[in-house]
Structures are given as structure tokens and as C-alpha cells.
Design a protein around this ligand. Structure first.
Ligand SMILES: Cc1cc2nc3c(=O)[nH]c(=O)nc-3n(C[C@H](O)[C@H](O)[C@H](O)COP(=O)(O)OP(=O)(O)OC[C@H]3O[C@@H](n4cnc5c(N)ncnc54)[C@H](O)[C@@H]3O)c2cc1C
Length: 647
């Protein structure tokens, strides 16, 4: 057998748990798994959309055209109305997916915020892609602070319609995905001016391009904003309006209405969270699967990559080094936690959606807090994981041919879009403090995933070093501490906003992140309890490694509060090393449970047959169009100049 193939095969033989049992958990059900496998096959067998080694040598236009072709073909094969079906597929393509914003952001907003009639008017046209609509909220001057958006929609009582206008350069819509070329509609967030009064920011469904020519309509300026960090196939755009008339029906009217010349509100104003929940849920669900891709490449490569000879005269696989395990295995453990969180979040969003439909808003805020926490935490974690995987592959990790750099830059925007992470964490902290206030007067209001606040005394008194307890303890201590600091600072005469912005900001971020970590632990535990007995042990090891890594990354609270001493800290470190040793032989099985095809991984160093060197050389020499096209003119010109200079 080929020597590096043999290394991979031996590693496969060492795996002791039934891989297919984990595959079932990763995909949730057979139908989703089969859809995912079918998508992998279609991409591989369809030459126009197959992932291509030379992709990163192409120009942006070629990349975009290929992306459009890919989505056209996928629409032929799949019913893309079901997010659980298409979401796992998004990790399979080179480049971001056109229409994902339209489906993942605009359609949910229409569903939540539009009336049934409005949904029936536009909704079916989305499915056939007769309508593709950008989600146009952010402006040049404001993103996070939605209430200060400047675009104006003025109601005209004479004509019973609106005039949409961009009053300044800072009011130009900027960044919305699919606005640059693809969309013919946009869901525009604008300040509604009614009878001279500002009624707040509301969404308007607006046609921006002509149905037959696709040219911008009169009064609309629209286009692509230019190159970014990666994300080259996404046509993030700009959009400005010059006194552009739009019909009354443009205003999504489930919760605000203008009828008979009167403006009225219905339901809970926080409902605008609801549509963002869907897109944040997708971020939490999809992107850990891209982290799983980078881990698959890095772990396969680390088994086949040999550096330095051991005492038996044999070269070591780099995965044998503890430091390499430390880079990858805690991340692999966390990845499993994130995958399980993805499913749990889908259930929470689904439940919330059904309640909201019945005008029950009781779970809205807790769902918003959980999603914000997990969106922020998981999106940063995915990017960091891609970077660590790249580093773990040495020089070859730096090449696009490894497949890892593109995962880094295609996931990096998630830290910022759909709510900038730190802004999200601050909202989570606000909710945690609110829940803390329920404890004395309204304990029944504390939602299930926040009930740690009901057990503060027991948690503080518990001396156990069990990992879940330590995570809960850290969260509890931090929450109490920040609440006390706010109270103390306000007693010195500062107002709440000052204290929030200038005194406790860093602590607020920390407590929100601790919440995300603790939530992930809870979900991990739920998953272990319901898992098949054949995989309980490996899942428990992964959960332990995940928890230990989280504790060891941020031990300050436990140390400062005297809750763990030096000896206990040492034991936690030793327990982690022991787990690295236990999980190392299972690592290949753990990544292969995801069942990514070689083409889906877009890699030459992490393929299933374990021949990195052959593919590295083959891709560099045979797939690399820079070589294939011969000596560029510029080289000839340069050499000519030099020769002349020498003469
Ligand atoms: C690739 C990409 C795609 C996008 N797609 C879309 C889209 O489809 N539709 C759309 O409408 N928008 C889109 N956006 C815009 C995106 O939603 C915003 O950029 C994002 O919400 C962040 O807002 P901002 O740019 O105003 O950042 P800012 O809020 O200006 O953030 C700048 C810094 O200030 C900090 N900060 C801000 N407020 C506070 C505060 N209160 N307390 C403490 N710190 C604070 C932040 O943490 C950050 O460090 C996209 C952006 C990107 C990068």
C-alpha cells in the first residue's frame, strides 16, 4: 500500500466507536443526510459547478458566474424552501451562495412581518426566483444602531403611498448581500414619516430593477460595493433612492398598518428580532460544519504528515505530538458541541415562530438572547478554528489548495454581519441581568435555559470540581459581580448608560460569552443522554474535553474567587492531557463521521486516500492555470528591460 495511504488506513483501523452512529447525530435524520449526500454527488458530477482546484486563480466575475450556475442547478434538484435541507449543503461549494440572503433573511422577514396577503403575493415568487430580494438595512453611516438609520419613507395621504428617499451619503444602503447584481427587489428598512411624525424604522418591500431588462428603475441607484476580504462571489451592494414612489402595500403590515389614513401598531414591537433569528440560526447551524471541514483536512493531513524520527527510527506523524493534538482535538470536541447546538437552536426558533404566529411573544426575548450569544460565540470560534487548522498544516496549510484559507475568509464576515458580535454579547448581558432580577420577585419568569440563576446559593456553596459545575460557577460569579459593580457605580452618581458604556463593558462581554459556553455544555449533555449507548463514551469524552478547554482558557474567575487552588488547577490540566491521549486514536473517525467528499473539501492535502504529496504536486503543475498559460508577457518585458540595462 502507498505509505501515506497506509498511515491513514491504520488510523482508521484504530477507531473503536461505530462512526455511522455519530453520522446520524450530525445530520439529525436520514432524509437530511441523504439530501446532503445527493448534493455532494451532484456537485461532483456536474462539470459546470464541480469545485475546481484552479478556482482561486480565476477573476471575480468568473467566480460569480459559476456561483450563479451552481444555485440554478441546485434549484432544479432540491426544494429549497426547507432550511434544514439546504443548510448543510452550503458548506459544500466554493464561494458563498447566491440567493442565501434572499432565502435566509428576506423571506423570513416577509413571513414574520408581512401579512398573509403580502406573503402570498411575493412568497411563491421567491421559490421560483422570480423575485430575489436583498435585505437592505445597513447604511454607510449606521449598522448596529438600527433606530438611527436615515433613509426616509414619507407617507403621502393624497396619493396614499410613500416616497422613499436617501437624504445624505451616510444614508446610502451599503453592504446588503445580493444587492450588487442579483436582486430585483429589496426589503428596505426606512424611517416611516407619517403626518410629519417619525414612527420608527420599518421594512418596505421595494422593486429596484426592471423585470425584463434588470436595469435599475428610475430613482434608484444600485450596484456592487467592490472587493472585500474573500467573499468574492457575494455581490454586497449599495442602494440610494431619489424621491422614489412606492405603493402603500410595500410596508410590511402584520404589526404596523396604515388604514383609512390612520397609523396603528399591533403586537409586540420586539417582533423585528424574529426575522433576524432565522438568519442567526442559520449561521449557528451551517458554519460549524465548515469548521468540521477544516478539521477533517487538518486531522487527515496531520496523520499523513511525518516530521522527525522517533527512537525506533520511524518518522512521527505530526498528530503524535501533544502540541499538535492540543491545536486540533479540543476544537474537534467543541465542533461536536456546536453541531448539537445547531439542532437545538433550530427547535427553539421553530417553537418561537409557532408561538409568535399565535401572537404569543413569551419566548421571544429568551430566544433572541440565546441566539445572539451562540451566534457571537460560534461565528468567532469557526474563524479561529480555520486559522488554527491552517497553522497546523504548516506551509501547505497556507496554500488555497489545502482548502483551509477559503474557509477562513468565507466565514470571517459572520463575526460582523447579522449583528456585530460584541454588540450581540452586550444584548445577551442585558438579558442575563434582567433574568437575575426575576429571581426575587418573579422566579416563575426565569426561562429553562437560564435557570442557573435560581440556584445561586447552591452553586456558590458547591465545592465540586465537576466540569459542568465549574462552568456554571464561573458564569454565576461573573453575573453577580457585574450586577454588583453596576449597582455600586450607580451609587456614586453615575447613570446607568455611563456605567454600562464606561465601567463594565468588558465584564459584560465576558459574562455573555460564559453563558454561550455554559449553554453549549447543557446541550452537549442533553445529546449524550439521548444518544445510542455505543457512542455515549466518546461523546462524554468530547464533552469533557470541550468543558476543560473552556475552563482552562478562562480560569481567572475561579482562581480569583479562590474556588480552585493551584493543585486543582494542575489536576484539570492533567485531565485534559489524558483526554487528548484518549481522543487521539478516535480523531479520524470523528472527522470522517461528517462524510465530506474530497471534492466538497476542495483540498489536495486532506483527501480520503491520504496522498497529500502527489496531489500537491499534481495541482501545482497540472491544475494551476498560471503555469498552464505559459510565461506572462510582463516577465518578457521585465527581462528585456534588464537585459537592456545590462547592456
Ligand atoms: C460581508 C457582509 C455582509 C453583510 N450583509 C448585510 C446584509 O445583507 N444586509 C444588511 O443590511 N447589512 C449587511 N451587512 C452589514 C452588517 O450587518 C453590519 O456591518 C453589522 O451589523 C455591523 O454594523 P456596523 O458596520 O455599523 O458596525 P459598528 O456598529 O459601527 O461597529 C464598529 C465597532 O464599534 C463597536 N460598537 C458598536 N456599537 C457599540 C456599543 N453600543 N457598545 C460597544 N461597542 C460598540 C463594535 O463592537 C465594533 O467594534 C453586511 C456586512 C458584511 C461585512
Amino acid at each position: 500500500m502507498h505509505p501515506t495511504t497506509q498511515l491513514l488506513q491504520e488510523a482508521r483501523d484504530r477507531v473503536t466507536f461505530p462512526i455511522q452512529e455519530l453520522t446520524k447525530l450530525i445530520y439529525g435524520n436520514e432524509e437530511i443526510y441523504q439530501t446532503f449526500m445527493k448534493a455532494q454527488k451532484i456537485i461532483e458530477n456536474e462539470p459546470t459547478i464541480k469545485n475546481h482546484p484552479d478556482y482561486h486563480n480565476w477573476g471575480r466575475k468568473e467566480q460569480i458566474i459559476k456561483s450563479y450556475e451552481k444555485i440554478r442547478i441546485m434549484h432544479q434538484h432540491f426544494n429549497l424552501s426547507n432550511a434544514a435541507h439546504w443548510a448543510p449543503m452550503l458548506s459544500l461549494f466554493q464561494g458563498t451562495t447566491p440567493s442565501a440572503v434572499s432565502f435566509g433573511m428576506t423571506v423570513p422577514a416577509l413571513r414574520f412581518l408581512g401579512t398573509d396577503e403580502q406573503f402570498n403575493l411575493w412568497g411563491p415568487k421567491f421559490l421560483t426566483m422570480e423575485i430575489v430580494a436583498a435585505y437592505a438595512q445597513t447604511e454607510i453611516g449606521h449598522g448596529s444602531d438600527v433606530q438611527n438609520l436615515e433613509t426616509i419613507a414619507t407617507y403621502n395621504s393624497q396619493t396614499n403611498d410613500f416616497v422613499l428617499h436617501t437624504p445624505s451619503v451616510s444614508a446610502v444602503k451599503f453592504w446588503p448581500g445580493e444587492l450588487g447584481f442579483l436582486s430585483n427587489y429589496a426589503l428596505v428598512y426606512a424611517k416611516l414619516i407619517f403626518n410629519g411624525k417619525n414612527k420608527g424604522v420599518h421594512p418596505f418591500m421595494v422593486q429596484i430593477r426592471d423585470n425584463s431588462t434588470h436595469k435599475p428603475l428610475k430613482g434608484v441607484a444600485v450596484g456592487d460595493i467592490g472587493p472585500k476580504l474573500g467573499y468574492s462571489t457575494k455581490d454586497n451592494g449599495f442602494l440610494a433612492f431619489d424621491n422614489y414612489r412606492i405603493p402603500l402595500n410595500s410596508l410590511l403590515a402584520r404589526y404596523v398598518r396604515i388604514e383609512n389614513g390612520q397609523f396603528s401598531r399591533h403586537g409586540n414591537e420586539k417582533i423585528s428580532y424574529a426575522s433576524m433569528m432565522v438568519s442567526r440560526q442559520l449561521i449557528i447551524f451551517i458554519y460549524p460544519r465548515m469548521a468540521a471541514q477544516s478539521l477533517t483536512v487538518a486531522i487527515r493531513y496531520s496523520i499523513t504528515r511525518q516530521q522527525f524520527t522517533n527512537d525506533k527510527g520511524v518518522e512521527n506523524s505530526v498528530l503524535e505530538y501533544q502540541t499538535q493534538q492540543d491545536k486540533l482535538l479540543p476544537r474537534l470536541a467543541t465542533c461536536y458541541g456546536m453541531i448539537f447546538v445547531g439542532f437545538r437552536i433550530m427547535e427553539l426558533v421553530d417553537d418561537n415562530f409557532h408561538r409568535v404566529q399565535k401572537k404569543d411573544f413569551s419566548t421571544l426575548q429568551q430566544s433572541h438572547a440565546i441566539l445572539s450569544a451562540l451566534k457571537a460565540w460560534s461565528s468567532q470560534w469557526v474563524v479561529d478554528t480555520a486559522e488554527w487548522c491552517r497553522l497546523s498544516c504548516g506551509g501547505h496549510g497556507y496554500a488555497h489548495y489545502s482548502g483551509i484559507p477559503a474557509i477562513y475568509f468565507d466565514t470571517a464576515p459572520n463575526v460582523t454581519l447579522e449583528g456585530e458580535n460584541q454588540v450581540m454579547y452586550l444584548q445577551v448581558a442585558r438579558y442575563l441581568l434582567k433574568v437575575l432580577q426575576y429571581v426575587e420577585k418573579n422566579p416563575e419568569k426565569v426561562p429553562f435555559y437560564f435557570n442557573f440563576v435560581l440556584h445561586i446559593k447552591e452553586t456558590l456553596a458547591n465545592q465540586s470540581t465537576e466540569y459542568g459545575q465549574l462552568l456554571k460557577l464561573t458564569l454565576t460569579i461573573q453575573l453577580i459581580s457585574v450586577a454588583k459593580k453596576i449597582k455600586d457605580s450607580m451609587s456614586t452618581g453615575k447613570n446607568f448608560q455611563q456605567v454600562w458604556n464606561e465601567v463594565v463593558g468588558v465584564q459584560l462581554l465576558s459574562v455573555a460569552q460564559r453563558y454561550a459556553e455554559y449553554f453549549t455544555y447543557l446541550v452537549f449533555q442533553e445529546q449524550i443522554q439521548s444518544a445510542n449507548s455505543s457512542v455515549k463514551e466518546i461523546l462524554q469524552q468530547l464533552c469533557d474535553l470541550y468543558s476543560l478547554q473552556v475552563i482552562l482558557d478562562n480560569p481567572n474567575t475561579l482562581i480569583e474567587s479562590g474556588r480552585i487552588n493551584g493543585e486543582q488547577f494542575k489536576q484539570l490540566n492533567e485531565a485534559k492531557i489524558e483526554l487528548l491521549n484518549k481522543i487521539k486514536p478516535q480523531a479520524l473517525g470523528l472527522v470522517e463521521a461528517f462524510n465530506f467528499s474530497d471534492n466538497a473539501l476542495r483540498t489536495c492535502i486532506g483527501c480520503h486516500d491520504g496522498k497529500p504529496y502527489e496531489y500537491i504536486y499534481e495541482w501545482a503543475t497540472k491544475e494551476n492555470s498560471v503555469n498552464i498559460k505559459g510565461v506572462p508577457q510582463a516577465v518578457n518585458d521585465l527581462m528585456g528591460t534588464k537585459i537592456k540595462a545590462r547592456l
